[in-house]
Each structure stands twice: as structure tokens, then as C-alpha cells.
Design a protein around this ligand. Structure first.
Ligand code: EPS
Length: 386
């Protein structure tokens, strides 16, 4: 399975094409829209989210509620396009004047590197595509993956563990309860006390024209043993998950299980002892490995965390250099969010869901869902017997 996304932040629409999704997957447009709505929520978002009401249109690959095995095309319109048509038009400019040209690169963005690389004197041609608006399509694609995972008995949940310097207490709950409680939280955090401090920190950052980053965690349950592989670098599932999460706009770090904490612990407090249980087969006493050993799933929940840096578009802009005059200036101010960590947690769930679905389809190659589900059922029975 593979996918591509296309589209600019203020262009007419965002598009994704998914290839290799098996046929006969029950396909719900409503479930995609639910995920899109989850991404649009979250304390700390800017005015743009009041303009957009993301709704997916399915243009190919699905008929009467089921996938056909053909490429799936998903489209989400940008409502803001109405205000940007002239500025973002594909037609040549008539009077020679390009509106809203960006000549002052924003530190922390793709603006300057992209402009130099692609020979662009108007950095809008870079920022429109590097914008986190693109994560809309990652979530739409992830919502299709979730429907495939659901048919295989696999659940995905996310939560926010830190915003700015506010760190949540670790609260371990059954996955259904985690999902219910994070949905009720404006910052997708399980720790109520930290939740109010996170919201206060966001208010303060906003007042000061600043922005905040944080840490999100994704958990996947019900995964069979042996997704991914130890035999080649690009088949190791931990590496693939890290790439998927790191590719989310503004992410600067990824860890699996206890991650960076493993550096300071002796081996006896890092590795998970193996046990065998009647009717369950091989499992682990603890889950410090975050469900992955040797680049493969070990049957324990997958735990992936990602660090999002504070959004670099600041109302209190940092110093930069004008690309025309080479004079120092404060960087351009583009409308922005003060914190998008809660939304990023939904995006992280989506990219992880896609990567797990892809690994499932590699382990159980199938043209149709009937074959896939049958393959997993037989394999789970074998896992118990092993
Ligand atoms: C973004 C800047 C803001 C965000 C946007 C990402 O958009 P605008 O410049 O139009 O105000 O709201 O996020 C989304 C539109 C979205 O759907 O998440 C950026 O520069 O990355």
C-alpha cells in the first residue's frame, strides 16, 4: 500500500491517492469525517480552523460502501480558497504584480531552504506546501487505514503527554477508556490537573505572541507478532514508524517504548522478560520495548512518542533577512496557531495507523479483505500454538 498527497494550504483543495488497499473493505465516509473533525479541534488553534469545516469527498476506488481494490482518491476542499483565488491561481498574473509575495523567510520554516533549492523568489511557493494544512490528508488516509485495522481487531489511540513545560502524570487505562477521556479533553490529556495548566500555558504563550510544542504518544493494541522484519534495514517496523512520525510537520524527535530513557538504565531494567500463558501464547511481563524488538512487533502494545517543536510562525517574530535587500528584518507574520499539539496527536495516530496497516498487508498479502482476515485468523491460531 502507498499514498501520495497533493495540495496547497490556500489552494482549491487537498488530494490523496491511496493504492493497494484490498477490495471489500467496508468504507465509511462518516468515519473519515469524524477523524478530520478530531484534528480540527484542540485548544490553541488559530482562526483558520473556524473557516475550515473539513469534509472528505471520495472520487474513486469505493462503490456502495466497499473498496473495489482500485486506487482511492480522497479530496478535501479548502474553504479559505474563496479569499485566495487571485493570489493562488494557476493562471499567469495579468498585471505583472504578484500579491502577498513572501520575501522575509521565517526562522524554523521551510521558506528559505525551499526557495534556494527550487529557485523561487516568492517564498509563498514553498510555505503553501510545507504548511501543516497537509496533515488533513494524512488524517484522511489514516482514517482508511483505521477501517482496515478495525477489521483485523487492531485499535489505535493517542494522547498528549506534555505541552510546553507542563508534563502530565502517566495514567495507564484500558484503551477504550483512554479514547473516551482524551476525546473529552480540549488538549487530549488524561491528567486533569495537567490539562488546566496546559491550557493556561497556551493562553500565556498566545498573549505573549509566542507558541508552544509538546509530546504526543500513540498506542496500538491487538497487533500480531512478527509485523516488520529483522532481515533488512528498510523492513524494520520501528524504523518505518519513526520515519512516519518524524515526517509530520514540526516534529523533531521520535521514541519507541522507554526510548531515550534506556540510555541511563542497566540492561536488566530495559528488557522485558518473556512469559508463556495458556490460551495466549508468548507474551512479556513488561513493555519497555514499546511492542517492538528486532524491528518486529512482539505482540505487546506498540508505544510511539513524538516531539513537536513550537510552531515557528510567531506573532512576536524573530529576526531574519529580506531576500531582496539582504537587510535584517523581523520575519513575515502569517496567521497561525499558538499550539497545535492536540491536533498533532491525531495526526500521529493517523500516520502510525497507516504504517501498521501497510505492515499487515505485507505480512498477509491479499487482494480482498476476505483473504486478509482469513490469513490473520489462521496466523493468530498458529501464534497461540507455537
Ligand atoms: C499553518 C498555518 C495556519 C494553520 C494551518 C497550518 O493556517 P493559516 O496560515 O491559513 O492561518 O491554521 O493549519 C491548517 C490550516 C490546518 O488545517 O491544520 C502553517 O503555516 O503550517
Amino acid at each position: 500500500m502507498r499514498y501520495l498527497t497533493a495540495g496547497e494550504s490556500h489552494g482549491p483543495q487537498l488530494t490523496a491517492i491511496l493504492e493497494g488497499v484490498p477490495s471489500n473493505l467496508p468504507f465509511s465516509v462518516e468515519k473519515i469525517n469524524e477523524q478530520l473533525a478530531r484534528r480540527q479541534k484542540g485548544y490553541g488553534r488559530g482562526r483558520r480552523m473556524q473557516i475550515e469545516k473539513d469534509q472528505v469527498q471520495v472520487l474513486s476506488g469505493v462503490r456502495h460502501g466497499y473498496t473495489t481494490g482500485a486506487p482511492i482518491t480522497l479530496v478535501v476542499e479548502n474553504k479559505d480558497w474563496a479569499h485566495w483565488q487571485g493570489i493562488m491561481s494557476a493562471e499567469p498574473v495579468e498585471d505583472g504584480e504578484v500579491k502577498r509575495r513572501v520575501a522575509r523567510p521565517r526562522p524554523g520554516h521551510a521558506d528559505l531552504n525551499g526557495a534556494i533549492k527550487y529557485h523561487q523568489r516568492d517564498m509563498r511557493n514553498i510555505l503553501e506546501r510545507s504548511s501543516a494544512r497537509e496533515t488533513t490528508m494524512r488524517v484522511a488516509v489514516g482514517a482508511v487505514a483505521r477501517q482496515l485495522l478495525e477489521a483485523c481487531g487492531i485499535r489505535v489511540a493517542g494522547q498528549v503527554l506534555q505541552i510546553g513545560d507542563v508534563v502530565a502524570k502517566r495514567i495507564d487505562l484500558p484503551i477504550e477508556e483512554q479514547i473516551r477521556l482524551t476525546e473529552e479533553s480540549p488538549v487530549r490529556c488524561l491528567d486533569k490537573e495537567a490539562e488546566s495548566r496546559m491550557m493556561a500555558a497556551i493562553d500565556k504563550a498566545k498573549e505573549e505572541g509566542d507558541s508552544l510544542g509538546g509530546i504526543v504518544e500513540v498506542r496500538v493494541e491487538g497487533v500480531p507478532i512478527g509485523l516488520g522484519s529483522h532481515v533488512q534495514w528498510d523492513r524494520k517496523l520501528d524504523g518505518r514508524l519513526a520515519q512516519a512520525v518524524m515526517s509530520i510537520q514540526a516534529f523533531k524527535g521520535v521514541e519507541i517504548g522507554i526510548g531515550f530513557e534506556a540510555a541511563g538504565r542497566p540492561g536488566s531494567q530495559v528488557h522485558d522478560e518473556i512469559i508463556w500463558e495458556e490460551g495466549k501464547g508468548f507474551t512479556r511481563k513488561t513493555n519497555r520495548a514499546g511492542g517492538l524488538e528486532g524491528g518486529m512487533t512482539n505482540g505487546m502494545p506498540i508505544i510511539v512518542r513524538g516531539v513537536m517543536k513550537p510552531i515557528p510562525t510567531l506573532y512576536k517574530p524573530l529576526m531574519s533577512v529580506d531576500i531582496d535587500t539582504k537587510e535584517p528584518f523581523t520575519a513575515s507574520i502569517e496567521r497561525s496557531d499558538s499550539c497545535a499539539v492536540p491536533a498533532a496527536s491525531v495526526v500521529a495516530e493517523a500516520v502510525v495507523a497507516w504504517e501498521i496497516a501497510r505492515a499487515i498487508c505485507e505480512k498477509f498479502p491479499a487482494d480482498a479483505m476476505e483473504e486478509l482476515v482469513d490469513g490473520i485468523r489462521q496466523y493468530r491460531a498458529y501464534m497461540e500454538r507455537f
